[in-house]
Design a protein around this ligand. Structure first.
Ligand code: 13P
Ligand code: SF4
Length: 302
C-alpha cells in the first residue's frame, strides 16, 4: 500500500466513510474503492450502506443520486466540477409540453440527469434496466430523457410503445462511428464487439453484445472468445484486464475518455475526507420529489 492509499484508509476509519466508484474513473481510484460498479449498482448499493460518509468517485449526477437515496448521510464528491454534460440536455419546459400533448405519457429519466429533471419524471432507469422497466410500464407513450441513443436502442425492442425522443447525447459515445467499428473488426476479425447503448444505432448495429459497463464486464468474463473490441469509455479496461488476464481488449478508433470522470484523483479524495467538502447539498423538498422515480426504478428492476 502506498502513502496516499494508507492515508485514505486511515481517514476512512476516522470518518466512518466508504468509497464508491464508477468504472470510468482513473485506475488508481478504482483500486481503492470499497464498492465499484455501473450506475445501477451504485444507486442500489447506496441504499444498503452503513456508514456516515459516502465518497462518490464519479460525476455529479451519481453524487446527487447517492444523496437523494441517503439524505441523512454526508455525500462527498471529491471534485464538484466533475459533471456529465448529458445530464443537462433536457428541460423541465419540454417535459411539461410533452405532458400537455400526451395524456398518458410516462416520463422516463435516464439516471444520467440532473436532480431537477428527476423531480419531474415518473421513473428513472439506467442502461442496465431501461428495457425491463419501460416494458413493464402500462403507458403507451414514453418520453425518454435525456439520451436519444439509449432511447432508440430501447424503442427498437419495444415496437408496441410510442417513443417521444429527446436530442441529448453523451459526447464520449455519440462521436463513435460505424466506420471506426468496421475498421476495428477488420483488424481483429475474431474479436467480439462490446458496445454501450449510449452509442449511435449505426454502432450498436455492429455489436455482439450491448449493455451497461457491468454488463460488458460480465459478458467478457463468461465468453469463450479471447479477443474483444471495447466500445465504451476506456476506464472499463482496468477491470476487464484484472478479471481476464489472458484475454485481449482493444479500443475502436480513438481512445474514448470521459474528462469529467478523470477529474477524480487520490489527492482530491484525501482533501474531501479531511475537510468534509465538497459535499452534495440539495433542498429537502427537492430530494423528496426526486426520490420517488429513483425508488420506483429500484423496485421495478428487481
Ligand atoms: P453505466 O450505467 O453503464 O455504468 O454507464 C454510465 C455512464 O455514464 C455511461 O456513459
Ligand atoms: Fe456523462 Fe458520457 Fe461521461 Fe457517462 S461517459 S458520465 S454519459 S459524459
Amino acid at each position: 500500500m502506498n502513502e496516499k492509499q494508507a492515508k485514505i484508509e486511515q481517514l476512512k476509519k476516522e470518518k466512518n466513510a466508504v468509497i464508491m466508484a464508477h468504472y470510468y474513473v482513473a485506475d488508481e481510484v478504482q483500486d481503492i474503492a470499497d464498492y465499484i460498479g455501473d450506475s445501477y449498482y451504485l444507486s442500489d448499493v447506496a441504499t444498503k450502506i452503513d456508514a456516515d460518509v459516502i465518497v462518490l468517485c464519479g460525476v455529479s449526477f451519481m453524487g446527487e443520486s447517492a444523496k437523494i437515496l441517503n439524505p441523512d448521510k454526508t455525500v462527498l464528491l471529491p471534485d464538484d466540477s466533475a459533471d456529465c454534460p448529458m445530464a443537462h440536455m433536457a428541460t423541465v419546459e419540454r417535459i411539461e409540453e410533452v405532458r400537455r400533448e400526451y395524456e398518458d405519457v410516462a416520463v422516463v429519466c435516464y439516471v444520467n440527469s440532473t436532480a431537477e429533471l428527476k423531480t419531474c419524471s415518473d421513473v428513472c432507469v439506467t442502461s442496465a434496466n431501461a428495457l425491463k422497466i419501460v416494458q413493464a410500464l402500462p403507458n403507451k407513450n414514453i418520453f425518454f430523457i435525456p439520451d436519444q441513443n439509449l432511447a432508440h436502442y430501447i424503442a427498437d425492442k419495444l415496437p408496441e410503445k410510442n417513443f417521444i425522443f429527446n436530442d441529448g447525447y453523451c459526447h464520449v459515445h455519440h462521436t463513435l462511428t460505424a466506420e471506426q467499428i468496421q475498421a476495428a473488426k477488420t483488424a481483429r476479425p475474431t474479436a467480439k464487439v462490446l458496445v454501450h447503448p449510449e452509442c449511435k444505432p449505426e454502432v450498436t448495429a455492429l455489436a455482439d453484445y450491448i449493455g451497461s459497463t457491468s454488463g460488458i464486464i460480465a459478458y467478457a468474463k463468461q465468453s469463450t472468445a479471447s479477443e474483444f473490441i471495447v466500445v465504451t469509455e476506456m476506464g472499463v479496461m482496468h477491470e476487464l484486464q484484472k478479471q481476464n488476464p489472458d484475454k485481449k481488449f482493444y479500443t475502436a478508433g480513438n481512445m474514448q475518455i470521459c474528462p469529467n470522470m478523470k477529474k477524480i484523483t487520490l489527492d482530491k479524495i484525501i482533501t474531501a475526507l479531511e475537510t468534509n467538502a465538497p459535499a452534495v447539498n440539495l433542498n429537502e423538498e427537492f430530494m423528496k420529489k426526486a426520490l420517488a422515480p429513483m425508488e420506483r426504478m429500484l423496485v421495478l428492476s428487481k
